[in-house]
Design a protein around this ligand. Sequence first.
Ligand code: 5GP
Length: 192
Amino acid sequence: MLSGLVVVLSGPSGVGKTTISRCLMRDPLFRFSISATTRPPRENEKDGVDYHFLSLEEFRAKISADGFVEYVEVYEGVLYGTLRAPLDEAVASGEVMLLDIDVDGSEKIRAMNYPLLRIFISPPDYDELAKRLKGRGTDDEKSIEKRMKRWKKEMECGTSFDLKVVNDDLGACIESVHRAIAARYLRGPTED
Ligand code: 5GP
């Protein structure tokens, strides 16, 4: 039976997970799990591409219909969730499904039966992360503040992951992540 792999990429907001995911998607074996969220789209984001942007009511209806494998209120009043159907389809058809989700969501996925690799992307240091978040220019001061508050908790949770990769050199970081995924995928589903 064909079986794929779920790869969870977690780490503090602004650490480079989106860029890393985009580069990994050049590998045709990889699929990206498009999450649902109740936050509004940023200027450069498209519905159905970066996220499925839902109203709170739509999000709640999906929860009731058991449409999520996990969902979390990552920031106060803002929900994010991983859709069940595309994830199950990808794993059943032997693909590598990439999830860019927070540490709480990652813990929930860990408690399930998916063939799984959890990778934590860590910033070289706090000042560097603050610089990246501000440099990104997509978030206002208040949401940057919210994101920085979560940083400490996320760094503490990072120790429970299968692999931790420091993003001090983007190219090297992507290569390490890709290599680890390939090794885990080739090992197959039976050797967890
Ligand atoms: P952003 O608003 O910057 O796109 O994402 C904020 C945080 O939410 C990031 O840490 C991202 O990994 C996380 N996130 C995105 N989608 C999901 C999801 O489906 N589930 C969970 N638990 N976290 C998510």
